[in-house]
Design a protein around this ligand. Structure first.
Ligand SMILES: [Ca+2]
Ligand SMILES: [Ca+2]
Length: 272
C-alpha cells in the first residue's frame, strides 16, 4: 500500500470515528404518527381538534380541584386552544406541538405525523373540547402521566384510551344549552366560578338538541363508555451522520479497488 493511500485511509478512518462520536451524541429523532378516534356512540359527543405537545414534562395546563386558567379555558370553551399553545411554547420552548384534525364526529378518525426528539421530549400532553358542551374537555392533569419514550428512544405507550369518566368540566362556564358550543350561542356564556372536576352526566342535558353537524344529540354515555383513543407509531429518522459515514466508507473502498488493479497488472508484467 502506497504512503499516500495509507495516509488517506487513516484520515478517512479518523473522520469516520469522529462522525460516529457525533452520531452517538445526537438526539434520537423519530417520526411519530398519531391517530385519534372518536369512540363515542353514534349521535353522542364530537370533539374539537386535539391539541398536542411532545415535551419535557414541564407544562401543566390545569389541576383537578383548581380554578381553570386561560390556557385550558381556551381548549374547554370553544376548542381553539390558542392560549394553551402559547402557554405551552412559553413554558417549554423545545416542545414539538400541533393540532390534529378538525371536528371529529362519533366514529370518525384523523391522524398527523410529527418529528420528535425522544431524548428532549419523551412526554405527551393533550387537550380537546368535547361538544356539545359549555366547557367540557379531555386532557392530562399530570404533565408526566404519559411518558411515550424510554431512555433508549423506544415507544412504550402504544395508545391512550379515554372513557366518559375521564371527561373534565373546566368549571369556568355555567351549564346552559342556550350558550353551549355546537347547539347554542357561545356568546351567551356565563361564568361558573367553580373548579376543574370530572363530569359527564351533565351532557344528558343536551339530549334532543340539533348539533351544528346536523345530528340530533343523544349522550348515551355511561361511566364505562369509551369515548376517545390516541394511538402512536414511531419510525426512526435516519441521522445525517450515518449518511456521511457511509459515503466516507464507500470512498475508502473505492480508492482501494482503484489502486489495486494497476498495481496487480504492473507486478504481473514486471515478473513475466
Ligand atoms: Ca396538573
Ligand atoms: Ca361548566
Amino acid at each position: 500500500m502506497s504512503r499516500s493511500l495509507h495516509t488517506f485511509l487513516r484520515t478517512a478512518i479518523g473522520a469516520s470515528a469522529l462522525l460516529l462520536a457525533g452520531t452517538a451524541a445526537q438526539a434520537a429523532m423519530v417520526t411519530v404518527t398519531v391517530v385519534v378516534q372518536n369512540l363515542a356512540p353514534t349521535n353522542s359527543i364530537s370533539f374539537a381538534p386535539l391539541h398536542v405537545g411532545f415535551n419535557n414534562g414541564s407544562f401543566d395546563a390545569f389541576d383537578v380541584g383548581g380554578v381553570a386558567t386561560s390556557p385550558i379555558i381556551s381548549v374547554a370553551e370553544g376548542g381553539s386552544g390558542t392560549d394553551w399553545q402559547a402557554a405551552f411554547a412559553a413554558a417549554d420552548p423545545g416542545a414539538t406541538r400541533g393540532s390534529i384534525g378538525g371536528l371529529l364526529l362519533p366514529g370518525a378518525s384523523s391522524s398527523l405525523s410529527f418529528r420528535v426528539d425522544t431524548a428532549a421530549n419523551p412526554f405527551f400532553t393533550f387537550g380537546a373540547m368535547a361538544v356539545p358542551s359549555n366547557d367540557f374537555f379531555i386532557g392530562n392533569d399530570s404533565p408526566t402521566e404519559y411518558r411515550l419514550f424510554d431512555a433508549n428512544g423506544n415507544l412504550q405507550v402504544p395508545s391512550i384510551t379515554l372513557g366518559a369518566s375521564d371527561l373534565w368540566d373546566a368549571g369556568s362556564e355555567l351549564f346552559d344549552p342556550a350558550a353551549a358550543a355546537f347547539v347554542g350561542d357561545n356568546s351567551l356564556r356565563r361564568d361558573q366560578n367553580s373548579v376543574v372536576a370530572f363530569n359527564f352526566l351533565e351532557l344528558e342535558g343536551f339530549d334532543g338538541l340539533t348539533t351544528g353537524a346536523g345530528y340530533v344529540f343523544r349522550s348515551a354515555l355511561t361511566a364505562g363508555s369509551e369515548i376517545y383513543r390516541i394511538s402512536f407509531s414511531a419510525t426512526a429518522v435516519p441521522e445525517p451522520g450515518s449518511f456521511a459515514l457511509t459515503a466516507a466508507a464507500l470512498m475508502a473502498v473505492g480508492v482501494v479497488s482503484r489502486r489495486r488493479r494497476p498495481d496487480t497488472a504492473q507486478g504481473n508484467g514486471a515478473r513475466a
